[in-house]
Design a protein around this ligand. Structure first.
Ligand code: UDP
Length: 384
């Protein structure tokens, strides 16, 4: 039997699947169109300052998933890191996600948890029973003042549209806390790879049985040369955009290098219109165990993704989902190809979910191979 597998894309999806299948005895060829592995998680040391830079913007690893945490720790050391985001709005600095300190400082109060909870409930719009949009979700749970200070303008800058047009699921990523916990994430495990994400992905791809082709695009016409293809590129690209381009947001980074400490924190969000950028990331604060005299900051700007830009965030408005559905229907008829990851399934995915789904895709492939059943085009439902 021809055991050669092609994997398109050397981000987490592709690297995890390649690793698992090579471990099971398959020969795997990985095709990566960029000059490096690790996709948008790619990190590298800045030549001038030696700071480890998240080249495509900040990536903080966090998960509740034991299997994923054990798996990723097998490829390099993770150092403890807790993301504590600050937010600037109306010339004042607050802590995010919204927590007791944010509420007390914003309203000039000294509430205890139950009081703050009651207060916020009184601000929330209770006529909104089932929030569908981002705006409804915010108005229902935090009220207009906090919504306008922290979410409305940031979201317009980030997504290029009104929160009343966006799904509630985007805001549901952020908790509201009635204690002083200002950890941006609620997961059990959180950390930063001591030597960056790229080294982790390189180790995943270093095993016997894996060949990586950098700077190499894969033409879908080559599919017949392989027993199976795992595709983590944009799903619409695989089909030559025959149903149109699925829309994404892309990011531009204005880079500042200087001496010392620019902002005293890894991430500061700019939630009002005082700046056009959404946030500033000061990369050396992601590695607090290192000492650097110089510093590198990324001023982050979001805009519509054009043809030659790097896609970041799938937009997934109702009309985009209709377009996605068309691609899913065509994809169901495709044989020996499985679509995986953020771009392959057109979903807003965190790293841990991407890894979990890639592990499951590899499990499913091995199961199908042993039961001689066809491998499906999707291991998760992209519309789910
Ligand atoms: N958001 C906001 N204000 C903030 C931070 C986030 O309005 O200060 C909204 C915004 O719409 C953003 C979403 O919440 O896209 C999710 O935020 P998260 O920090 O998870 O975004 P990511 O780090 O993935 O870009």
């Amino acid at each position: 039997m021809n055991k050669q597998i092609a994997i398109i894309g050397a981000g987490f999806s592709g690297a995890v699947i390649a690793h698992q299948l090579a471990k099971a005895g398959y020969q795997v060829e990985v095709f990566e169109s960029r000059s490096h592995v690790a996709g948008n998680c790619h990190s590298q040391r800045d030549e001038e300052t030696n700071v480890m830079v998240h080249v495509y913007g900040p990536h903080i690893f966090h998960t509740d998933n034991e299997r994923v945490w054990q798996f990723i720790n097998g490829f390099g050391e993770f150092k403890p890191f807790t993301n504590r985001v600050k937010a600037i709005t109306n010339n004042r600095v607050f802590t995010l996600p919204i927590n007791l300190l944010t509420i007390n400082q914003f309203f000039g109060k000294t509430f205890r948890p139950a009081e703050a909870q009651q207060f916020l409930a009184s601000l929330g719009d209770k006529t909104i029973e089932n929030p569908v949009t981002f705006e409804d979700q915010a108005l229902r749970f935090v009220g207009r003042e906090l919504y306008e200070a922290f979410f409305k303008t940031y979201t317009v800058k980030q997504w290029g549209m009104q929160p009343s047009e966006l799904p509630a699921s985007i805001l549901k990523r952020l908790p509201v806390r009635f204690n002083y916990d200002d950890n941006y994430f609620s997961h059990k495990y959180q950390g930063m790879p001591a030597n960056g994400y790229t080294e982790i992905v390189e180790k995943m791809l270093a095993g016997d049985g894996i060949t990586v082709h950098l700077n190499t695009a894969f033409d879908p016409a080559m599919k017949g040369d392989y027993a199976h293809v795992f595709y983590s590129g944009p799903i619409d690209k695989w089909f030559g955009h025959q149903e149109g381009h699925l829309p994404y947001r892309t990011l531009d980074f204005e880079v500042l290098r200087e001496q010392g400490d620019y902002q005293g924190n890894a991430v500061i969000n700019y939630c009002d219109n005082s700046q056009r950028y959404t946030r500033i990331t000061e990369h050396k604060h992601f590695s607090p165990w290192e000492q650097h005299e110089g510093t590198v900051c990324y001023f982050e700007y979001s805009r519509q993704c054009e043809q030659d830009d790097t896609p970041y965030y799938p937009i997934r408005m109702a009309r985009d989902k209709l377009q996605l559905e068309k691609y899913l229907n065509i994809a169901q008829n495709e044989t020996n190809v499985t679509f995986v990851g953020r771009l392959g399934t057109y979903r807003y995915l965190d790293m841990d979910v991407t890894i979990d789904e890639a592990l499951k895709a590899a499990d499913k492939f091995l199961e199908c191979a042993s039961s001689k059943t066809p491998m499906p085009a999707f291991v998760v439902n992209p519309l789910g």
